[in-house]
Design a protein around this ligand. Structure first.
Ligand SMILES: Cc1cc2nc3c(=O)[nH]c(=O)nc-3n(C[C@H](O)[C@H](O)[C@H](O)COP(=O)(O)OP(=O)(O)OC[C@H]3O[C@@H](n4cnc5c(N)ncnc54)[C@H](O)[C@@H]3O)c2cc1C
Length: 456
């Protein structure tokens, strides 16, 4: 008996629990399909279109061109197409990785229902995580709302044994198009993606940076992080593969903790699915935010990287240029949008979603909410990043800022962070600050007090 394997955000062969299960139970043949949802694809910015098609193209290459790319207008159309294939090939079982975010859950629920009514089973196996979201629980059975105790419990459950595929894979050939659609928008960079590239990226990281990860990871000017977020978001590598390799040194431990942040946010989103685009701490909905023409202008300046704050602008320009931003800088730009420009985090999260090639619903929403102060955060105070001090600390020689902001390239060393202190600081045409950080900091704290008094 043959089966179908539906590739989702698990675009790889190695250490793919669901794929291993499909081949172990159906050595005669497995037909590979990918749901290419055209309406969802067409709204993606160029960089996301290119990074997705590159991942799919690479997977298709890895399975000898046997990936059937089903271009559809909806999940319902996808299930009708699957039903037709099942009927033609007498297949009664579809395997896939289980998804735990709201969109993935709604896809698999609909598919399971529609296939099920025709007697076809959708068999969901594994996840994109070392521990299934929803599995880590407190001794009283509840879920964790704070990261550190989650991490301790997660460590006891984390699955670090990579799943091995049978040595012979019999891909079933079916009469469907194998063509991967071409991007319809331009990307600012040529994207390299795929399982092989992900494994090489991890190898390069372990050789060059992992042993210093704890000291280097916050430096925006150094390549001290793994750059594996795209691969993890598309499932070109599984966290098990990473966890199986790393050791127990302090640097390795910090890296493991970052992997666990991704799992924590997936767990939080699973328990509170509305938080994908809504407040985790609902009282912050009532905080006074700015809207209207001035707020719109400021938002546009933030998106373009023209706020007059070098570290913020470098980050926002890196996002547009590369579809990626350093984690420390993501926090700085997010804090600036919410605490200095008083604009709701949801607008920033949408902009990130449009441009990040590593977009992940849980990490994005909760990364934003953590920084905005309305998410999961054990800290009792309201964190407001000083964008200038953060720049001086995490890009001490101004290299990162000069890389992305040509108007500041004539300034040496850390001077690039403070063009207002240099007599020709603005001669490259760099814009003036759109707001004053210390005034906006006070304003932000005043609005927080206002909110507290409403709630008391
Ligand atoms: C406002 C904001 C939005 C974010 N949006 C996303 C997003 O859409 N997609 C995404 O993958 N990450 C997101 N992050 C988390 C983090 O910035 C990126 O995962 C990280 O910068 C990716 O670079 P790296 O692979 O070199 O990370 P490394 O430092 O090498 O970390 C290894 C892996 O651990 C995970 N990780 C690391 N830090 C975090 C974190 N703070 N939260 C969750 N997972 C983490 C990632 O999967 C990452 O690839 C966001 C953070 C913030 C503050």
């Amino acid at each position: 008996m043959s089966a179908i394997f539906w590739f989702r955000r698990d675009l790889r062969l190695q250490d793919n629990e669901a794929l291993t299960a499909a081949f172990e139970s159906h050595p005669d043949g497995v037909a590979a399909v990918y749901m290419f949802n055209q309406p969802e694809y067409q709204v993606l910015e160029g960089i996301r279109q290119h990074s997705l098609t590159e991942s799919i193209r690479s997977l298709s290459h890895d399975i000898d061109g046997q990936l059937n790319v089903l271009q559809v207008q909806s999940v319902s159309e996808f299930s009708q197409r699957l039903l037709k294939i099942c009927k033609q090939t007498r297949i009664a079982k579809v395997y896939a990785m289980e998804s735990f975010d709201p969109k993935g859950i709604s896809e698999q629920t609909l598919l399971s229902k529609e296939l099920g009514s025709a007697g076809i089973e959708l068999h969901l196996v594994g996840s994109a995580y070392a521990v299934l979201p929803g599995k880590v629980s407190k001794p009283d059975g509840g879920n964790y709302r704070v990261y550190t105790p989650f991490y301790k419990a997660w460590m006891n459950l984390a699955d670090v044994l990579p799943k091995v595929l049978p040595s012979k894979l019999n891909w079933l050939s079916i009469e469907e198009t194998k063509d991967v659609p071409k991007p319809t928008k331009v990307s600012p960079i040529k994207v390299i993606a795929g399982e092989d590239f992900a494994l090489r990226t991890f190898e390069r990281f372990t050789d060059r940076a992992l042993d210093h990860y704890d000291e280097m990871r916050n430096r925006a000017d150094l390549s001290g992080t793994s750059h594996l977020s795209h691969a993890l978001a598309h499932g070109e590598i599984h966290p098990r593969t990473l966890l199986a390799t790393i050791g127990d040194s302090p640097a390795h431990e910090v890296f493991r903790k970052e992997i666990a942040w991704r799992e924590f946010y997936a767990d939080v989103l699973f328990h509170y699915p509305h938080t994908v685009d809504d407040y985790y701490e609902p009282r912050f909905k009532k905080l006074r935010y700015d809207t209207g023409a001035i707020a719109d202008e400021r938002f546009a300046a933030w998106c373009k990287g023209e706020t007059g704050y070098p570290m913020v602008d470098a980050g926002m320009r890196q996002l547009l240029a590369e579809g990626w931003m350093h984690n420390r800088v993501r926090m700085i730009v997010a804090s600036f949008l919410v605490k200095d420009l008083h604009i709701e985090w949801t607008k920033g999260a949408e902009h990130f979603e449009a441009h990040l090639s590593d977009f992940d619903p849980a990490s994005n929403s909760h990364g934003w909410q953590w920084t905005a102060g309305c998410g999961t955060d054990a800290s009792p105070y309201y964190r407001i990043f000083n964008p200038i001090l953060q720049g001086l600390k995490f890009d001490p020689d101004g290299k990162y800022v000069r890389k992305y902001i040509p108007e500041l390239r004539h300034l040496e060393g850390s001077a690039a962070h403070e063009p207002w202190d240099i007599f020709d600081g603005y001669s490259g045409g760099y814009p003036a600050q759109i707001v004053d950080h210390s005034e906006e900091r006070n304003e932000s704290l005043a609005r927080l007090e206002e909110l507290k008094s409403q709630n008391s």
